[in-house]
Design a protein around this ligand. Structure first.
Ligand code: BDR
Ligand code: CA
Length: 311
């Protein structure tokens, strides 16, 4: 099994990433930390806890992270994820507490307690990840084998013409993480926009009678509505964040390329753009394995299996 820490900002697709991780026998979810992003920090923390309760995994320690990005003021994505950050289904309110540690303290504790390397999965802005690497660089190098993240794109944007939301929120944090030296695996928009759940597949979730399936029927129906605008050209909703967990479970599902990826932090039009050196023009180290293709059919099967595992 692969041990992971999930740093997320739930968020509909973050919630599904968490669910895939909990459902998979190949993954051991050691801890969850939350970032400010899709919604304010209190809401994303509460959403992570509501999800763990739904999944029956209140035993997994949770901690809230930094309240703002490193440099920029926080901007959230209420139009995508709703007022709560997880609109579309009345999730149970948690009856447990987050641990009395900050996110980076929980990451440190979890790594120290693990005898073997741990993968850090980041599905929100990289604020916590960057702070962790700055405060605990030696521990990070000794214990984190790779950082798998959803963020950025090669030549696309979903928040600004060339800027993806997670990197948009905290570009300075992303720059720290990308230049730290731990191997990175990136799920950019190029792959996550292929990782769509189609409208009839969302409809089919209604037939999954367990509480987790029912919740995702409501949640993804809500999430899909934002993506109905024809400007995107979608036939459903892109499941960005679950690509990270799917890659850990079944990497054969993806086509990847290694290259250098860095972040623009000063551009007039491009602050937060991920600069992907596909043709090795810079000679800089290939710090990132970039997902570029996915077997969508298999990805959806994996999600359906995961949701049915709660029967
Ligand atoms: C990313 O932004 C968030 O809204 C999603 O949860 C995902 O992590 C996609 O750009
Ligand atoms: Ca997210």
């Amino acid at each position: 099994t692969k041990k992971i820490i999930l740093d997320c900002d739930p968020g509909h697709d973050d919630a599904l990433a968490m669910t895939l991780a909990v459902a998979s026998p190949k993954i051991e979810l050691l801890a969850v930390t939350t970032s400010a992003g899709n919604q304010t920090p209190d809401k994303t923390l509460n959403n992570a806890m509501r999800m763990l309760k739904l999944l029956g995994r209140e035993d997994i320690p949770v901690a809230g992270g930094n309240r703002t990005p490193l440099v920029k003021p926080l901007e959230t994505a209420g139009e995508v994820h709703g007022e709560s950050g997880l609109d579309g289904y009345p999730l149970p309110e948690p009856d447990f507490q987050p641990v009395e540690l900050t996110a980076i303290e929980l990451i440190a504790k979890t790594l120290k307690e693990s005898a073997t390397p741990v993968t850090l999965v980041v599905t929100g802005p990289m604020t916590n990840a960057a702070l962790f690497l700055r405060v605990y660089p030696e521990l990070a190098k000794a214990k984190i084998d790779q950082i798998v993240y959803m963020g950025g794109a090669m030549g696309l944007g979903n928040w600004q013409p060339s800027v993806e939301f997670n990197i948009f929120v905290d570009p300075e944090a992303a720059k720290i993480v990308m230049n730290f030296g731990i191997p990175l695996v990136m799920a950019p928009l190029n792959v996550t926009h292929q990782a769509q759940i189609l409208k009839p597949e969302i409809e089919a979730l209604r037939q999954i009678k367990n509480p987790v399936g029912q919740a995702f029927y409501g949640l993804l129906s809500f999430f899909e509505r934002y993506h109905e605008n024809p400007k995107w050209g979608f036939q459903g909703a892109p499941l960005h964040d679950p690509c990270t967990i799917a890659w850990l479970i079944e990497p054969e599902m993806f086509q990847t390329e290694k290259m250098n990826v860095d972040v623009e932090t000063t551009g007039e039009l491009t602050r937060g753009e991920t600069v992907c050196d596909y043709y090795e023009l810079t000679g800089k180290p290939q710090n990132t394995e970039v997902m570029l293709g996915i077997n969508r059919q298999r990805f959806i099967e994996l999600i359906m299996e995961a949701l049915h595992s709660f029967d």
